[in-house]
Design a protein around this ligand. Structure first.
Ligand SMILES: [Zn+2]
Length: 340
């Protein structure tokens, strides 16, 4: 498997005491170094996304504003999101990581890729930064693949709704966007009734789940709700928006997942696209231990190993709430036409 990261990602500074800090990436890297077998990883240097790449998603004026604020010393973009002098380069390299990985996978250089990037992207829509996100990394990749005729599944298991990614593809049947997230929680979107619109109706699937939801409910959502929709869609590529803030230790969310659950979920998801067509991109996750464990576990899965949960306390979880909510969402989708 390919492993992509860049030192420039540490140069994006979101402000003092901001949860989206460079130590997050360092935790991911140290976790992978410590727990995953580094021999299986092929390093891949990301190339920065070009304006052509970025403009598949974001208008020129929006990009120019971020670049200008960043390169003229930094400043606040919105209430949650700051740009520092290193932000523009970090953000374009983060968006470029997925594109670079897709090209390498197309050349047959690996079965899957993990892109350890920051800043994250899934809250940024076409014209608005928000929630620590400036450029929609996953959307830039998916838009490029879709323009090449691919059918792209984006699975977003970050604890927050991937509202930005959803907005970009809400009318677009080339991309199936699936988000599982805590509800209620920032940013407040992602109700199960948000299913896409126009030609894109049925190509957005939201699975809002209550605080405390455990891995058994997530797995059942994968098997009973998401898998049938994915099979009807028949994706040629899989992109995972991998936020690890669904971990029970995360300080800004309240879900009940462990690294063992993230391992099981990622294993399931990999079956939905062929080898060589699977890219995982880091989104959120704000507990440093959880980031290290989850990233190492997911990298192990991508490398084709059978990673054990990191320790006895990190086995798969069950018994939390969420079953009733999931049943309601599953009935809602069963009453719809499967693919229209
Ligand atoms: Zn998140």
């Amino acid at each position: 498997m390919l492993f992509s990261t860049h030192a420039a990602y540490l140069e994006h500074l979101a402000g003092p005491r901001h949860p989206e800090r460079p130590e997050r990436l360092q935790a991911v890297l140290s976790g992978i170094k410590r727990y995953a077998s580094a021999d299986a990883l092929i390093p891949l240097e990301p190339i920065a996304a070009t304006h052509v790449d970025l403009e598949r998603v974001h208008p020129r004026a929006y990009l120019d504003r971020i670049e200008h604020i960043s390169t003229s010393g930094g400043g606040r973009l919105d209430p949650d999101t700051y740009a520092s002098p290193g932000t523009w380069r970090a953000a374009t390299l983060a968006a470029g990581a997925g594109l670079t990985a897709a090209e390498a996978l197309r050349r047959g250089e690996g079965d899957a890729a993990f892109c350890a990037v920051r800043p994250p992207g899934h809250h940024a829509n076409q014209t608005e930064s928000m929630g620590f996100c400036l450029i929609s990394n996953v959307a830039v990749l998916a838009a490029s693949l879709a323009d090449q005729g691919e059918r792209v599944l984006i699975l977003d298991y970050d604890a927050h709704h991937g509202n930005g990614t959803q907005d970009v593809f809400y009318h677009d049947p080339r991309v199936l966007f699936v988000s599982l997230h805590q509800w209620p929680l920032y940013p407040g979107t992602g109700r199960h009734t948000e299913v896409g619109s126009g030609a894109g109706e049925g190509f957005t699937m939201n699975v809002p789940l209550p605080p405390g939801t455990t891995g058994d409910v997530y797995l059942r959502a994968f098997d009973e709700l998401i898998a049938p929709r994915v099979e009807a869609f028949a994706p040629t590529w899989l992109i995972i928006s991998a936020g690890f803030d669904g971990h029970r230790f995360d300080p800004i969310t309240e879900l009940g997942l462990t690294s063992g659950d993230y391992i099981a979920l990622t294993k399931r998801a990999l079956q939905w696209a062929p080898p060589g067509r699977r890219i995982v991109m880091l989104e959120g996750g704000y507990d440093l231990d959880a980031l290290a464990w989850c990233a190492a576990g997911v990298v192990g899965v991508l490398a084709g190993e059978d990673p054990e949960p990191i320790d006895m306390t990190e086995s798969e979880t069950s018994g939390g709430p969420g079953a009733r909510q999931l049943d309601a969402i599953t009935s809602f989708w069963r009453e719809r036409q499967p693919d229209r």
